[in-house]
Design a protein around this ligand. Structure first.
Ligand SMILES: Cc1cc2nc3c(=O)[nH]c(=O)nc-3n(C[C@H](O)[C@H](O)[C@H](O)COP(=O)(O)O)c2cc1C
Length: 306
């Protein structure tokens, strides 16, 4: 499960894994180091042991200062996490402009210097999630060979540039170039939204054994199980999607303060979940346009009981 900030928090991970199978590991959305340099409990609240949901969880951090990186990493280790993930992929200008996330990719020297300072003091294992580059594919090709000598658990590559944000197509030729440029375990990420897409990618990258799925989990929640050949959901597909939706809605309603927050969060989910209902665009639009809980729930009823 890819990290999707604002969606795949502890509550979502618990609900999703209760309804759908096939996920082995989740990377949690990044912890923002700038919010509070002392990392009070609030910052790691979503990662406290009580939130565990039966699949392995890897917290993600966005730090670029060695001291903060080590202290947060070791705190997460003390909470029970044996691996943390370093976000070198975030494309948001406010982040990338400060040479964090994918904004650090044009500076391989800084990345290597940070690893030199961090790794001797870091208790958990470290993995990296990155893009093909921030502005240019050559950035990953310059960086990857330099990472070979460090003991990284894995490197996930989202096969886009940072400047693409989440738009445009993934670049499979450059992902292939990354595969050749590293000795580390490489995880594929980007636009895995159907079994067909997976079959094509798995055919092309036959040495890749780890796959990360983000938006595709909402577009087709059965996808991880389909990839593993577990089951065919056809008969009870709608009922299961309905039960998942209602469970998520109910639990978010308890957690979030007020209907505005609840509808806002659910609409964020529907941006991707809507793709699970081809041919029912009109009904989905009604849900997305709703402004009260009543109109929202009426819209959901109409969609599922057409
Ligand atoms: C709403 C949203 C939030 C995201 N939050 C994070 C994040 O916290 N950390 C991260 O590494 N990537 C984040 N990503 C990127 C995804 O993890 C993933 O790399 C990207 O969506 C491509 O994979 P997909 O096509 O399977 O979704 C986010 C993407 C979206 C759309």
């Amino acid at each position: 499960m890819a990290p999707l900030k604002g969606i795949t928090d502890a509550l979502f991970r618990r609900v999703f894994t209760a309804h759908f199978s096939g996920i082995d590991v989740a990377v949690a959305p990044f912890i923002n180091p700038q919010q509070n340099p002392r990392y009070p409990d609030k910052l790691v609240a979503d990662l406290l042991p009580g939130h565990k949901c039966g699949i392995r969880l890897i917290p993600q951090i966005l730090n670029t200062d060695a001291e903060g990186f080590i202290s947060l990493g070791n705190r997460l280790y003390d909470l029970g996490y044996d691996e943390i993930n370093w976000n070198l992929g975030c494309p948001v200008k406010m982040v990338a402009g400060k040479r964090r996330g994918s904004g650090l990719l044009p500076y391989p020297e800084t990345i290597v210097e940070l690893l030199e300072r961090i790794l001797p003091h870091l208790k958990p294992a470290l993995s990296i999630k990155m893009r093909l580059g921030y502005r240019d594919h050559r950035e990953s090709l310059a960086l990857l060979p330099r990472l070979d000598s460090y003991p990284l658990a894995s490197i996930t590559v989202h096969a886009r540039l940072g400047t693409q944000l989440y738009r445009g197509s993934v670049d499979l030729d450059h992902f292939q170039a990354c595969r050749i440029a590293t000795r580390h375990t490489l995880v594929y990420n980007g636009d895995l939204v159907s079994l067909d897409a997976f079959t094509r990618l798995a055919g092309r990258f036959d040495s890749v054994t780890h796959w990360m799925i983000g938006r595709g989990l909402l577009m087709n929640p059965f996808l991880p199980a389909q990839i593993k050949g577990y089951q065919s959901p056809d008969g009870e597909r709608d009922e299961r999607l309905h039960r998942f939706h209602d469970d998520l809605y109910r639990q978010l309603k308890v957690k979030l303060a007020g209907p505005g927050h609840l509808l806002g969060r659910m609409k964020q989910v529907w941006i991707y979940f809507s793709h699970a209902f081809p041919g029912r665009e009109k009904q989905v639009k009604r849900i997305i346009r709703s402004t009260t809980e009543t109109t929202y729930l009426n819209g959901v009823d109409t969609l599922f009981c057409r």
